[in-house]
Design a protein around this ligand. Sequence first.
Ligand code: OGA
Ligand code: MN
Length: 326
Amino acid sequence: MPHKQDSEIVIHPLHRTFAAELHGVDFSDELDSDVFDTIYQAITKYGVVVFRKAGLDDARHVAFARRFGELDDVSPYTKLGKKHRLDFEELFDVSNLLEDGSVAPVDSHRSAMNKGNSLFHVDSSFNPRRAGYSLLRAHELPPKGTGGNTEFADARTAYDELPEDLKKELLEKDYVVCHSLYHSRKLASPGSLSDINPEDHFMSRHRLIQPHEPSGRMNLYIASHAHHIEGVSPEKSQEILSTVYKHACQPKYVVSIDWQNDGDLILWDNTCVMHRAAGGSFEGKYKRDMRRATVHDGSSHAWGLNEKGSETRMGSVHATDIRLRS
Ligand code: OGA
Ligand code: MN
């Protein structure tokens, strides 16, 4: 049931346990702190918050994202000479477009790398400092009926509902997971990056079970980027990761959100939900121009077990591959 949050804002839950649409936020002006607090409380509780027709342009999108914390940017790519299609380095280009703005053919390197987003993941768990919030905006959507939904999985409820024996083991062992962008890209597009072995590259280390500080609930921090668990055999590592990942991706924990209009905006918290691009018949045919601002995690788990302050970001290595191959 929708309920009134204050005089202006109405919350419509979208799923039994998480995700909500917020109606009545007026983005035409800078948000006052009461409205921002309401949004902050909603994202803390729901993990995913949808704003229909927010209508932000690039500059206001970046400015809104900045209110949540320090922003990540694409400078690791551009420093190596990769051209950025957008005017702001704080906006990640999550479109299906090539640098010149044309639709990427389905057999292009760009499409193969985009496929990585079709597996449930969290943003930037492969970097030393992980992402907290992501704000994804539909700049230009493909025609209605051609797909392109984004799906979300509730990792806090998945933790709550783990089989008791598995939960006990995970809490006792306190496993550390190594995350790699190459791993998920290879999983999603077998045959791509065939000469790259993820183990030759940096991996980011994060605990599998950890508290979600803003809500005080526990979370399963798992993603398609999860390559292995430290300190156990490869077989055991594979068994645990695949059991936990499959558990968290079950349809009962998933909500599929349709993008209805250009200007729709979805805010999510990577430290308590996973997400994925559902794909569709638009691929290779129609533009899907999506732009994402990414907020560095500000919690005490942001750096996991990685070197705090490290400048490493996977994008730089990745950009080199794109330049070599496209
Ligand atoms: C992202 C992402 C999914 C989508 O922006 O991080 O995974 O539906 N996007 O485009
Ligand atoms: Mn993503």
